[in-house]
Design a binder for this molecule. Structure first.
Ligand SMILES: *Cc1c(COP(=O)(O)O)cnc(C)c1O
Length: 370
């Protein structure tokens, strides 16, 4: 193993991004091999760290392409969340009243095959029509060091909209950007007085845990950033990932998780319980269990909503309430995230609300009609 395996910049510079490189780590099936030959709808890349975990079948299916990706299932779209209609600036999606999604990069160290933004991530052309790179890094695909110039229109928009209280920085993966850029970006956002909450959406602690250095943690702490982390399976909780999350926690960084419900990968009670308890043990609060967005080429990943509701019900009451995330559908066309509770289990009977508890037993709550 290379001595710089523990260096995140080495990990990015040495990403596995071709079939030949991948085959040095893992034997591919015929289907997987063929997928590399066609026009893949989404780039392929995996960090050497995450490649070590691909012996686990669940993880393998989330990052290695298959021919299924070339099929468009019923109702699938390139932009399932209608983000383009809510694009306020080249880098900003403004769907909800008081929060915005700030897309700072189209680069990820590792690409998830069910990515809801596959239309833009890992593309040869980025949000401004330029060749993207992981900014400022000494890699074979590096570009010039970026300035914040390209975000000026976005900063201006946030400044002009005092109703914006929560800025969610995402992409691509923002934590693949260098410390100096993140520090400047966060400082600039924190200068805007009406912004009360800043979050970063990332999978870096999972796919690139060595990125979580003391310097990065200090920057995140300085700007009081919350992290919204993407986890799909307990097999991702490697010793390095656990250490990264514990370090973030020691620095006082609040962390929540988002998990996409994936067929055959995590759509059973035991797998979800193992993941959610594993997350609590490293101070990450399970936040959302997301129904898989109908993004083009993702049908093979989708579990039915009925099954999703059954799964989330099998958690409520049976395990620690802290371990239970909210099950949501992000409404296609830009309707936003909608919690699915299985509301058919609640009805009114005169002055009572009647509902079932986690064991399926009926209970009444007095709630007189006025
Ligand atoms: C998910 C999302 C947010 C954040 O939503 P929360 O429910 O507050 O986590 C903000 N903007 C967009 C466009 C989103 O998709």
């Amino acid at each position: 193993m290379a001595h710089d395996f523990a260096d995140w910049k080495w990990q990015i510079a040495n990403r596995i991004s071709t079939r030949e490189e991948l085959e040095e780590h893992i034997d591919l099936t015929d289907d997987e091999r063929s997928a590399f030959e066609g026009a893949m709808p989404l780039s392929f890349a995996v960090t050497p760290h995450y490649a070590q975990l691909l012996g686990h079948q669940a993880l393998r299916h989330t990052v290695i392409p298959t021919l299924h990706e070339n099929q468009t299932g019923t109702g699938e779209l390139a932009d399932p969340l209608g983000e383009e209609e809510h694009r306020a600036t080249p880098h900003l999606i403004h769907t909800y009243p008081d929060k915005v999604l700030f897309l700072v990069t189209t680069f990820c160290s590792t690409y998830c095959r069910y990515c809801t933004r596959s239309r833009m991530v890992g593309k040869p052309v980025d949000l401004e029509g330029r060749t993207p790179s992981c900014p400022g890094l000494p890699t074979k695909r590096t570009g010039q060091s970026p300035s914040l110039q390209k975000y000026e229109e976005t900063f201006h928009y946030i400044e002009e909209h005092p109703e914006i209280r929560d800025v969610l920085i995402s992409g691509g993966d923002p934590l693949t950007m260098p410390d100096s850029v993140l520090d400047e970006l966060l400082s600039r956002i924190r200068e805007i007085a009406h912004v009360r909450m800043v979050r970063i959406g990332s999978k870096v602690p999972v796919v690139l845990p060595m990125r979580i250095t003391d310097e990065l943690c200090s920057i995140l702490r300085k700007h009081r950033v919350w992290l919204s982390l993407h986890f799909i399976h307990a097999a991702e909780l490697s010793p390095e990932t656990q250490e990264a999350c514990r370090k973030l926690s020691d620095y006082g960084i609040g962390m929540v998780s988002q998990t996409v419900l994936l067929k055959g990968i995590n759509d059973d009670t035991q797998t979800l319980v193992d993941l959610f308890y594993g997350l609590l043990e490293i101070n990450v609060k399970p936040y959302y269990l997301l129904q898989c967005d109908p993004v083009r080429g993702s049908e093979h990943f989708r579990t039915s909503v009925e099954k999703g509701i059954k799964l989330i019900r099998s958690l409520h009451g049976n395990i620690s309430g802290l371990a239970v995330p909210q099950y949501v559908i992000d409404a296609p066309g830009g309707g936003g995230k909608v919690p699915l509770l299985g509301t058919e289990q609640i009805r009114r009977d005169g002055d009572d609300i009647v509902f079932l508890n986690y064991k399926g037993k009926e209970y009444r709550y007095p709630d007189p009609l006025q």
